[in-house]
Design a protein around this ligand. Structure first.
Ligand SMILES: *Cc1c(COP(=O)(O)O)cnc(C)c1O
Length: 455
């Protein structure tokens, strides 16, 4: 430990003494010196010593227009001069009202109602409760189950964990979770069972058809991360898969929930990923990028058909009894409105499309040829680089070797902050990333991978 830790006011000493970090083996954390980020500017993070790092994972997949964007900063300051927080229970405020109106205007058609919350996981819990109660109110109590994709991730609360069960993350809480039917996405067929892309898509659709035919009439909803299963390791799907799942859900008479918490707000190339499959879900969850990645705000959008089912006399008690204290927080709404304005003013989607092409080009020339790179997956500005010890056999590294983790630590020495999902190195820069920053991001990732794998 350095002399910095000697001071009682030192953030490193305070952190090591008092903080318990998310998704972190704290024994490992406590043995290391953490990187302390004090400020940021544009697409760069700045540590307490003034060193600059490219924010290669958008501060956990949420930053959109860079940090300290003047328009978003100003909007939050202006809101702060009016009020920081008021409740949405029994009251409303102009920001929440206007934002809801604007969101309804940019999501796929048919979604007309916005239910606010404060995290992706809460947006998913709300979707789950909406769908379940929708069928209960219609007297179709047989529709009480959910289906989701193998290795889906929908957040870390109990309901969201049940829907998005991950063996690596949630194994020890399994007894608390409810049973959910699983559909195998094309990636599993392609990667783990060695089929080519076309065969994998056909196999996944065939399996989905069989499952939906068998249990579709017992489902309250099918929930999907459209086009990219993020936390699984950036597993990509062809849009046709989502189109077909939507058709199967419709045919089975069940609801379709799209969890766009990670894919929303331009991340995959369109404002929402489901647009690329021509799909309009019954319920859509958003979070992460909603405020430009500034503040904890999330939303669950529903169709008028879903909404209308909850209407009735007070004493029937059929309202959606759900709410969080900071639901629809005014500072968050102000940031979200400003972020949407930036999308319009700066042509963010067009810029991101151009950067995605450049990124694809750099990945093909600098990353794909590396000996230990088994697969490079990209949709827009979401990238997963899967590291393997034997490319021909797609054999993974021994998980104790922490090769993904080590590659990311080495990349940090080249001035880029990235974070892996097991041995998949994830690149997910802000949509505002510039050309020179793409070069730097890919260069640092390549160097990190070479140094960590000795290739
Ligand atoms: C991150 C994520 C969530 C959970 O969001 P939190 O804000 O971390 O609760 C849910 N679904 C998907 C697809 C995500 O990527």
């Amino acid at each position: 430990m350095t002399d910095r830790a000697a001071s009682a006011e030192d953030p490193i000493a305070q952190d090591l003494r008092s903080v318990w970090h998310p998704f972190t083996q704290m024994r490992e954390w406590l043995a290391d010196e953490p990187l302390v980020i004090e400020r940021a500017e544009g697409n760069e993070l700045i540590d307490v010593r003034g060193r600059r790092y490219l924010d290669g994972v958008s501060s956990l997949w949420c930053n959109v227009h860079g940090h300290r964007h003047p328009r978003i900063d100003d909007a939050i300051r202006e809101q702060l001069d009016r009020v920081a927080h008021t409740t949405m229970l029994g009251l409303t405020h102009p920001g929440a009202a206007r934002l809801a109106d604007e969101l309804v205007g940019i999501v796929p058609g048919g979604l007309t109602r916005v239910f606010y919350s404060d995290a992706g996981a809460t947006a998913v819990e709300i979707a789950l409760k909406m769908a379940f109660q929708y069928w209960a109110l219609r007297g179709e109590t047989r529709r009480s189950r959910f289906a989701s994709l193998v290795e889906a991730y929908h957040g870390d609360t109990i309901g969201a964990m049940s829907l998005g069960y991950s063996e690596a993350f949630h194994r020890l809480h399994r007894p608390l979770l409810f049973d959910v039917a699983r559909l195998t996405p094309p990636h599993v067929f392609r990667w783990e069972r060695g089929l080519d892309a076309g065969e994998a898509l056909r196999a996944a659709i065939e399996e989905a058809r069989r499952t939906m035919a068998a249990i579709g009439d017992t489902l309250a909803a099918l929930i999907v991360e459209p086009l990219v299963q993020g936390a699984a390791g950036i597993w990509t799907q062809p849009p046709e898969y989502l189109t077909e799942l939507a058709r199967l859900a419709r045919e089975a008479g069940t609801l379709l929930i799209c969890d766009e918490v990670a894919t929303g707000f331009g991340r995959t190339g369109t404002m929402f990923a489901c647009e690329q499959a021509g799909v309009a879900p019954d319920i859509l969850c958003m979070g992460k990028g909603l405020t430009g990645g500034y503040l904890p705000l999330a939303a669950t959008l529903a169709t008028e058909d879903v909404f209308a089912q909850f209407l009735g006399a007070y004493e029937q008690r059929i309202a959606l009894f759900h709410g969080h204290t900071f639901t629809g927080n005014p500072l968050g709404c102000a940031a979200a409105l400003a972020s949407l304005e930036v999308f319009r003013e700066e042509g963010t989607l067009a810029h991101a499309a151009e950067m995605a092409l450049l990124l694809a080009d750099r990945l093909a020339s600098e990353i794909a040829p590396l000996e230990c790179v088994g697969d490079v997956r990209q949709r827009g500005l979401m990238v997963g680089i899967e590291l393997v010890v034997d490319r021909a056999r797609r054999k993974p590294f021994d998980s104790a070797s922490r090769v993904g983790h080590r590659a990311c630590l080495r990349a940090r020495e080249h001035g880029v902050v990235i974070r892996p999902l097991a041995d998949t190195v994830v690149l997910m820069p802000p949509l505002s990333i510039r050309r020179d920053e793409i070069e730097k991001l890919v260069g640092a990732a390549a160097a990190g991978i070479r140094e960590a794998t000795g290739s």
